[in-house]
Write a new protein. Sequence first.
Length: 190
Amino acid sequence: MGVAVWRSDASRSDSASFGGTDRRWYSAEPCHAFLAIAQARIANPLVLVDEIEKAATRSDNGRLWDVLLAFLEAETSSRYPDPALQTNLDLSQVSYVATANRLDPLPGPIRDRFRVVSFPKPTSKDLDALLPAVLTDLARERGLDQSWVTPLDGIEHEAVARNWAGGSVRRLRRVVEAVLRERDIHASRN
């Protein structure tokens, strides 16, 4: 798509890390939206808040959900007071996407400001569509060119299908990794 993406892990973010830290601290840092703009060198990057439901709920360090509201409204995002830069920033062109495994932990104001798109869990019928992406990711992690990765043969595919009935793609990945380990073990014996 050619979109610059800044990924922020909600489980590791509080209001200070996402919204910026004050200059009086030795490690002052601008807000994530500004960092996304600076890194991409464009005014309209996409900020991905991953697993937003896992953000801390305690307010002693500031809740991510509370500071995020200022970025999601056009009026407040057009004049966001960045604590590190000590000036108002126009962040109104930055787009935000959040992922969540569950919606029930999210406060109403956060849910109201996002369009919710639900994806059903994959089923065994989706296996053939998911396998190429899983194999590509595993090859990339091993530093291999995708063209060198042999697709699963019939027996390997059957083993994956027997051990993954649907649901978690992470589980599918672990099953494929196990099958590939077995392939490597048998290949080294020959």
